[in-house]
Design a protein around this ligand. Structure first.
Ligand code: HAM
Length: 424
């Protein structure tokens, strides 16, 4: 039998409805912030990612789906092509190719598949979907302003809130500009010289070629060493420091909560100044629901004019996962199913239900026409914790049979003790 390729997956109903709901909500939010859609090809020349994302990043060094596209005619030469692992480089390529600077500040968004050869696990796939946005243009159009950074971050907070995703954390850092980076890289290289031999082989290489990438290391044994390294926050020059302070001031004014994390450097080389991630507790190991930042030099490194920009990409797979979990958490299962047993028992059952619900106990109420067997079936199907049997004998004795459905343990509980017994 032929199955879907490892790390790819089919989206089936009813999940597809959730994906459509998310995308419709996202499009509404983008419209309110005046972002417009861009669609770029899903494969590009390999060079774009090598130069844009960076040779030493995990993405380019280990994770790209690349092939040699042979020419059909003698006159044409073959090219190395790559399925896009991310879409920022593609958007900036399009910005340069179509001279989009003529339009001033471009506020663009995209929704589409990306490809990385990572080890698949929950929340991490080889084909995954990103919802991303980029604000890019000449500095004279305001593209470099800290107001843009704050607007993007506020948009994201609004979006997550609108979708009903709770418990997100915004982690914020500034990783400076080329000015600061040179001094910082130097300090890192120096600090790493005696330490690198004790680290993993990737870090030994990074320590020499691109020391900032050491912070991407996931090897547990290397973490205590990485903890001791100098932080970028100590190396920011005055303009970068001020830019970052402004971003924070505006964010505070909008009421968006954030925490500073000066270990956050992001796994792509194009970032400058503001870098951020939103994490979500319910996602487990793959808890980054989205990431982004500024890339003020990316256009120039791809042969374009100066075009500061800032953007983000949400992992849509993870967003949907978080949504599903919060939807399930909201849908509380009944604490108790009340089963009236025999004719004339409905009024008493209703009275008991009212008493219990007053104590915030979630009650599902059965019907006296149900036989005991059917009541058990319904209670089990609903996922109720207890079933409470209300029959003539119970009523007379003022004691009710309370059965824990999972363990099967049953006891007789006096009316006055019911709330306590169910809440315990
Ligand atoms: P990134 O941090 O590499 O940034 O990816 C953004 C998000 O995509 C991650 O936070 C995660 O939610 C999701 N993601 C990444 N890899 C996978 C995977 N294998 N499976 C499922 N989800 C995944 C970028 O891609 C930048 N282009 C973001 C950006 C835009 N920066 C500026 N503009």
């Amino acid at each position: 039998m032929i199955k879907a390729v490892r790390g790819t997956r089919d989206l089936l109903p009813p999940d597809t409805a959730l994906w459509n709901f998310v995308e419709a909500a996202v499009r509404d939010v983008f419209r309110a912030y005046n972002f417009q859609e861009i669609r770029t090809p899903i494969f590009e020349e390999t060079q774009l990612f090598a130069r844009g994302v960076g040779e030493e990043t995990d993405i380019v060094a280990k994770e790209m789906y690349t092939w040699e596209d042979r020419s059909r005619a003698e006159s044409e030469k073959g090219t190395s092509l790559t399925l896009r692992p991310e879409n920022t480089a593609g958007v900036v390529r399009a910005y340069i190719e179509h001279k989009l600077w003529d339009r001033g500040l471009n506020k663009l968004f995209y929704i589409g598949p990306q490809f990385r050869r990572e080890r698949p696990q929950k929340g991490r796939y080889r084909q995954f979907n990103q919802i991303g946005a980029e604000a890019i243009g000449p500095a004279s159009a305001g593209s470099e302003s800290p107001a843009r950074d704050a607007e993007i971050l506020e948009l994201l907070a609004t979006l997550l809130d609108r979708l009903g995703i709770e418990n997100w954390t915004l982690e914020l850092n500034s990783i400076g500009c080329p000015n600061d980076r040179a001094a910082y890289n130097e300090a890192l290289r120096k600090a790493l010289e005696p330490l690198a031999p004790k680290m993993c082989s990737d870090c030994q290489r990074r320590a020499v070629s691109n020391p900032l990438r050491v912070f991407d290391c996931k090897v547990p044994g290397d973490q205590p060493i990485i903890e001791t390294l100098p932080r970028i926050s100590q190396y920011l020059d005055e303009p970068c420091r001020q830019h970052f302070a402004q971003v924070q001031t505006i964010l505070k004014a909008t009421g968006v909560p954030f925490t500073l994390n000066d270990r956050l450097v992001r796994g792509l080389d194009y970032y400058t100044r503001t870098a951020f991630e939103f994490t979500h507790g319910a996602l487990g190991a793959q808890n980054a629901i989205l990431g982004g930042g500024r890339y003020d030099g990316l256009s120039e490194s791809l042969g374009g004019p100066s075009a500061p920009g800032i953007g983000f990409a949400i992992g849509e797979d993870r967003l949907v996962l978080a949504l599903k979990q919060s939807a399930e958490a909201l849908q509380k299962k009944p604490d108790v199913y009340i089963a009236p047993l025999g004719t004339g028992m409905n009024p008493e059952a209703a009275r008991l239900a009212r008493e219990l619900r007053r104590h915030d106990i979630v009650v599902e109420l059965g019907d006296e026409t149900f036989r005991l067997k059917k009541s058990f079936e319904v209670a089990t199907k609903l996922g109720a914790r207890y079933i409470l049997i209300v029959g003539e004998n119970e009523l007379k004795a003022e004691e009710f049979a309370l059965k824990h459905l999972e363990s099967g343990e049953q006891r007789s509980v006096p009316r006055s003790d019911l709330v306590r017994a169910i809440q315990a």
